[in-house]
Each structure stands twice: as C-alpha cells, then as structure tokens.
Ligand binder design. Sequence first.
Ligand code: PMP
Length: 427
Amino acid sequence: PYTGPRAADIIHKRKEYLSPSMFYFYEKPLNVVEGKKQYLFDENGRRYLDAFGGIATVCCGHCHPEVVEAIMTQTNRLQHSTVVYLNHAIADFAEALASKLPGDLKVAFFTNSGTEANELAMMIARLYTGCHDIISLRNAYHGNAAGTMGATAQSNWKFNVIQSGVHHALNPDQYRGVFGSDGEKYAKDVQDLIEYGTCGRVAAFISEAIQGVGGILELAPGYLPAAYKSIKKAGGLCIADEVQAGFARTGSHFWGFEAHGVVPDIVTMAKGIGNGLPIGAVVTTPEIAQVLTQRSYFNTFGGNPVCTAGALAVLKVIEKEKLQENAFLVGSHLKERLQSLMEKHEIIGDVRGRGLMLGVELVTDRVLKTPAKAETLHVMEQMKEMGVLVGKGGFYGNVFRITPPLCFTKADADFLVDAMDYTMSKM
Ligand code: PMP
C-alpha cells in the first residue's frame, strides 16, 4: 500500500511552492500514485478507469512493461544530450518513425514538447518560403510559447502575446459553424485571408485534424484538401499538428490528417509519441529540412537516448498489440453507445470524434446550443466518484474529452457509458 504524502499535504506544498497558475480537476483533487494499463490508482489504492490518458498522452497504457524496460535499460547504459555525439537510439527511432509517414516525410528533428515542435515547424516554414504569414484555425491549440500562443486561437489560453503574422481562419466546426459540414465553404475563408490579409503569399497553414483542447472537433470533410490547395497556390507549407490525433488514436488511420486524404509538408507530434515521456518531433521532407543548416540549431535534450529508446518501444507496442485496430473497434463501439445516450438525455447536444478521441458536448438547449458548463462539471465529478476519469474541454468548458489509453476495452467503454448514463439520469 501507498505510504507517501497524502492529497492534503501535496495541496499545501503546491500552494506554497508552486506557481499559482497550476490548476487541477475535481473539487477533491485526485492524488494519483500509480498507473497500470488503462487504470490509475489513488492514495487509498482505489482504482479509476482512465478515459483521459494524461490528455491523450498515454497510448500503450500506463507503465507498459516493454516501454518501462526500454527506458530502464537505456537509463542504466547512458542518458545525456545527443547533440554533439552519435548514439543509435535517436537514429533507430527516426528510421522507425519515418516508416509510419506517407510520401517523402522522413526527416525528423526531435524536441521535448508539442509547443517546441510547433515553434520549430513554423520557423522552418518561414525560412523555407521566405514569407512570414501563417494561417491557423480559430479554436485551435498549438502551444504556449510566443509563436505557438499566437497560433493558438482561444482567448483563455492566450496572454498578451504579440500576434505577429498569424491569421485565424473560420473554424470548420460541424456543430456550431455557419456552414455545417460543408468543408469547402469554410475553406474559402483561407483563400480570402490570403487575398485580403497578406501580400498573396504565405509561409504556412497549421491545423489539427481533430481539435483536442478545442473540444474534440473534427474538421468538416472536404476542408483540408481545399485549404491545402489555397495554401500551396500561395507558396505556403501545410503543417499537420498531430500532437493529439496522431499515433493510432483515431483508429481508422495512424495520423489524423490521413482521414482527410491530404499529405502535409510538415507533421508535428508529441504526447502519444512517448507514452508519457517528454518527447516531440517535427517530421518533414529532406528538401525542406535543409533550411535548418543555414545556422546552428540546437536542442539540448531533444531526442535524448532515453526518450527515443522509450518512443521506439512505444511504436513496437502499438504494432504488436494492434492498438490502432483496437482504437478503431473499441472507439466505434463507444461512439455508438454514446450516441444512443443522446436519445435518452436531452442534455447531450453532440457526440463526435474518431477512434479513441471522442467528445460529448453538453447543452441546456439543443436548438440554441447553450453550453451546459455547470452540468458538465457535475457529471465529471460524479463519474469520478464512480471510478471513471474523463477530460473536459472546448471553448465553453462543456465538452467531455474521452481519450483513453489505446488498450481500452469494450467492457471499459460500457462501464464509462453506464456511469455517464447513471449520473445524467440522477440529475
Ligand atoms: N498541439 C496540440 C494539438 C496540443 O493539444 C498541445 C497540448 N495540449 C500542444 C500542441 C502543445 O503541446 P505541449 O503541451 O507538449 O507543449
């Protein structure tokens, strides 16, 4: 049994010694002391079904033995910065990663986070094109450093960042957007931004395939091909932010963009790539990657041996355990069951997403789509009491984000839906 510090002690220390900006879920925040597969355990040994997966981070399950083994072996052998020497771990992982990407996307630069990956991707695009303007989508989240905070488009995640050269296009939001599911109509806004907001040439377009922080919003079909076409015509590069939707999560495909039939020029990733290890990556073509040789570019811990050895093990586990297939099968079942809950509970305005990246949006009025923020919090608290952890997001804070480890089972899915159903019935 766990004998370490209790929740109250940790809260006390956090108040005293940690940034007041740090927030947590739940009225009685959870002291998570252990994880195994799709489960988390609290200080009392109580087991929770983890349907948030550390914000879509854990793909092969908590503390997967083969990933742990790879990390331990490499830690015992060597852990340092790989920047100025050779080590096989980084090269082996880069090779394996390239095999998962389409076209000529095969050159990687490793970072420590999604923010760093997107910052680098945007810089590469600006260097390659010689242009500065970047188009991102409203409601997007791309990171919290200067450039990526500029590309992020939700006021609650932005400080007074200088909006240098970023234009935010109409979000192809199939639930609240003015054009419904007509992707091409939304894409016209990208063309308009190029024509009226720039000199006619741009550096890049960056978007998620399914907005995660934004509330599991899948871009309207037809949007990405049309937007990419406008960007290419304007000389820009297309960046796919796969930080959440990548790594087999969407089930039907390994990468989120693949469901839209496009091939980006640059793909950024983090979270799932390391199953919890701090690693991110920018993958692009050899030709585009060349721009970084103009100067010295350096990232002390990017691609260090421990993180890349761990990430290689993650890729192997995804394949060996057929986790993409599982995400598809279990995700489809879960989505169907959540959709059937809509018939019973008026409060569910929308169920959406792909594979094990699903969203449930709560509204007090289905016609007006009034966000049911308080009710979302209530259901989330009650589900936790029943042993199920889901995430929350969306601009109004009224969307459940269901992004469990990809080893989630049908029985887990049923338990989650039953807990949600029970709570909503009691409301
Ligand atoms: N892009 C997306 C789509 C994200 O969801 C996030 C994190 N929520 C980031 C980028 C930034 O990643 P990190 O927190 O690792 O910097």
